[in-house]
Design a protein around this ligand. Sequence first.
Ligand code: DGY
Length: 312
Amino acid sequence: MKVFVTRTLPGEALHRLRTAGLTVEVHEGLFLPREALLRKVEGASGLIPTVEDRIDAEVMDRAGPGLKVIACYSVGVDHVDLEAARERGIRVTHTPNVLTQATADLTLALLLAVARRVVEGVDYAREGRWQAWHPELLLGLDLEGLTLGIVGMGRIGQAVAKRAEAFGLRIAYTSQREKPLPYPFLPLEELILEADILSLHTPLTPETHRLMDRKRLFAMKKGAILLNTARGALVDTEALVEALKGHLFGAGLDVTDPEPLPPGHPLYALPNAVVTPHIGSAGKRTRARMAEVAVENLLAVLEGKEPPNPVV
Ligand code: DGY
């Protein structure tokens, strides 16, 4: 049986596939063109895609009727047409839990970078502009006592809240339903009005697409911060660019729409936008664990068992 893995994965997980007697084809480039994906998936029983591969009905049909499992190398599954998989009896799995802490760490890194203008400071020093200490140089926001509004209080949202408490932030959240947590639950529109920092941790679905549209971005407090380590399309990018020119203090974005954010995009020209290239889960141990989880799920389905992390 053939398995197609759309990128090289860190750690030993792929070795496990080979020792299980599978024929493993791995695409070794940084980028996998659509044509190559369609060609290489032919005849595969299992597929391990990354968030950058759009896995739709066309890909599933090119794989053929032998395709049993799409074991995503991610927790998010918005890149997979789940309905098409369901219709074809293909199992879809993902990698929850293992990347929670890494993603929460990066969210805090972005928060600190934006609030304390770290990237501007680094550029200032590197570019030789640092000539004196001054009481008013690169003033940022003091975090203690500010309100962090968390949109989507799942595993990652809760891990962010735990970290944020250590900085003296007050936490409030919105989620599909209220949870037994020691933080106030607010409807989204109220949370947006209350938050000094708004952090997005909700999956991308048709309902959450452009959740932060122009109206909501400009409804945020003047001088607030937006953080997005979930999915770029949760935010209207064009409106965000405008909001960053005076309304918001800044934004920390690990995900963007479009993604990758092309060179020369207006966001790069804004000193108060800190953009990282979708590296929320990019801890060495985390990425190796994600590979192990994806492989475990894939092997379970091919062995006729229930996978540990099913989506479909
Ligand atoms: C995910 O897992 O969904 C991240 O976006 C990539 O690790």
